[in-house]
Every structure is written in C-alpha cells, then in structure tokens.
Design a protein around this ligand. Structure first.
Ligand code: AMP
Length: 189
C-alpha cells in the first residue's frame, strides 16, 4: 500500500448505522477538510487522464468534460475538472436543473430514484469522465453513464475515491466496457 492510500484511508471517517442500521457510512467530509488528503485524492483521480513526463501522449487533456454526481461528486468532480482543464457537468437529483433535462430512473434497495442532466450539457461525441465519491452497488453510476450516453457523450472512464467491491458496482461498470479507477477499498457495505 502506498503512503497516499494510507493517508486517504485514515482521512475517511466511518459512521456505523448511518443513515440506517447495518450501514457503515463512509464519510468523506473529513478527507475534504484535510488539505493533504483532499489534494492527494484529486491528484490520484486526475493522474490516469493527465499527461505526464513518463506518458507524454495522448494530449494534455484526454477528457473534454467531467460529470459529477450530486452532491459529493460535485466537490471532487469540480476539482478534477479544473485540474484537467475540462468543463464540468452536474448530474442532479430530479427537479433541480433549470433548463431542458433528460431524466433516468434507477432502482434503489427499496423503490427508485431519478437523476437528470441538461440535454445540452455535452456536444455530440464529447469525451466525459464520470466522478463520484463512492461506488457501492453501481446503480447510481450505471444510470449516470446511461444518461450521459443518451445526450451524446462518449463516457471514457469513471472514478471514485472509495470502492465497496463486495457490492459489485465497479465490476458492473467494467462489464459495460468502462475503465474504472478507485483509490481506497473497504470490505462489506
Ligand atoms: P450505489 O448506487 O449503490 O453505487 O451507491 C452510490 C451512491 O450512494 C454514492 O453517491 C454514495 O455517495 C452513496 N453511498 C452508498 N453507500 C454508501 C456508504 N456506505 N457510505 C457513504 N455513501 C454511500
């Protein structure tokens, strides 16, 4: 394990039984509040998509836009977009975006939820990187990929600070042909 991962793991607070019994809530507010951890997380999320001395090609920015999922994906995605010189696209809960939207429903453990994106948020064929804080079952991220594809995006990869691999979300995205980068993994849910 690298020093960076140790720093990230230590900076994430675990709250048992939130928001309901049996859930170990992985709270990244402590990571965001720690300048070294926040910076290390953003550096690591950016690295696969930025040019470096050892990997001069492709061009400095391999993505045109970063899409972040409400709400923690906005904080991380905004920072990643800035670092990549890319635009930012908010993927929001139903009813929040002011202009014409495309909407998708997806299954939760109990019931369904809906997310939306502005219909004109990307140009046809634009390369988009999806960012969120955590991937669990993958329901939210798979829906976001589908939504972005519907408005013409070429979703090139997805990245998350935290993976809960036992819940299979990252595997689902990879099965859709999408490269997935995660920084820290926790067993269980
Ligand atoms: P899923 O759609 O099951 O992959 O869930 C991912 C979304 O739910 C992300 O936006 C996470 O922020 C949130 N989430 C799911 N499980 C947890 C958890 N154990 N701790 C913190 N956030 C979670």
């Amino acid at each position: 394990m690298s020093e960076g991962q140790t720093l990230l793991e230590r900076s994430i607070r675990t709250i048992p039984d939130h928001p309901k019994p049996g859930i170990l809530f992985r709270d990244i507010t402590t990571l965001l509040g720690d300048p070294a951890a926040f910076s290390a997380a953003v550096d690591a999320l950016v690295a696969p998509h930025a040019a470096s001395a050892s990997r001069p090609t492709p061009a400095p920015t391999t993505v045109a836009k970063v899409a972040g999922i409400e709400a923690r994906g906005f904080i991380l995605g905004g920072a990643v977009a800035h670092r990549l010189g890319a635009g930012f696209v908010p993927v929001r809960k139903r009813g929040k975006l002011p202009h014409e939207v495309v909407r998708i429903a997806y299954a939760l453990e109990y019931g369904t939820d809906e997310i939306e994106v502005h219909r004109d948020a990307v140009n046809p064929g634009e390369r988009v990187l999806l960012v969120d804080d955590l991937i669990a079952t993958g329901g939210t991220a798979v829906a976001a990929v589908e939504l972005l594809r519907r408005i013409g995006a070429e979703v090139v990869a997805a990245c998350f600070v935290i993976d809960l691999p036992d819940l299979g979300g990252a595997a689902k995205l990879r099965a859709m042909g999408l490269p997935v980068h995660t920084l820290v993994a926790f067993p269980g849910h």
